[in-house]
Design a protein. Structure first.
Length: 121
């Protein structure tokens, strides 16, 4: 009888899948958060976007779990977004943020915007 390597369980495979697909996007983002006793603003650039979060390229040091304010305008829209997000991961200068609370209107606008974008992964 030959020994075979164990296959990943269904729960391990499911854990690696994203809840929402990511899409390529390209627009500036301003981040703000408390640093000591004052606000700090950082300029970044969106690389990808999903219904649940945003991938931003930025030259800064942020810790996983930090809550950040994000300001941006979706391309083609004059509506300024001000949302709170939490740092979920970092790879080099690429950060992944999860939106904490979007309004019903923001969710609708975001869903409409994402329909016209190219999948990221």
């Amino acid at each position: 009888m030959s020994a075979s390597s164990p296959k990943p369980s269904a729960s391990q495979v499911d854990r690696r899948r994203r809840r929402y697909p990511r899409y390529r996007s390209d627009f500036p983002v301003t981040l703000s958060h408390f640093l000591g006793s004052h606000y700090r603003t950082i300029e970044g650039h969106c690389r990808d976007l999903s219904e649940a979060g945003i991938g931003i390229l930025l030259a800064a040091e942020l810790d996983q779990g930090e809550v950040i304010g994000l300001s941006f305008c979706l391309p083609g829209s004059a509506l300024a977004w001000e949302v709170r997000a939490v740092v979920r991961y970092r790879r080099g200068y690429q950060y992944g943020f999860e939106f904490l609370a979007l309004t019903h209107e923001q969710r609708g606008l975001l869903g409409s915007y994402l329909k016209n974008l190219e999948p990221f992964d």
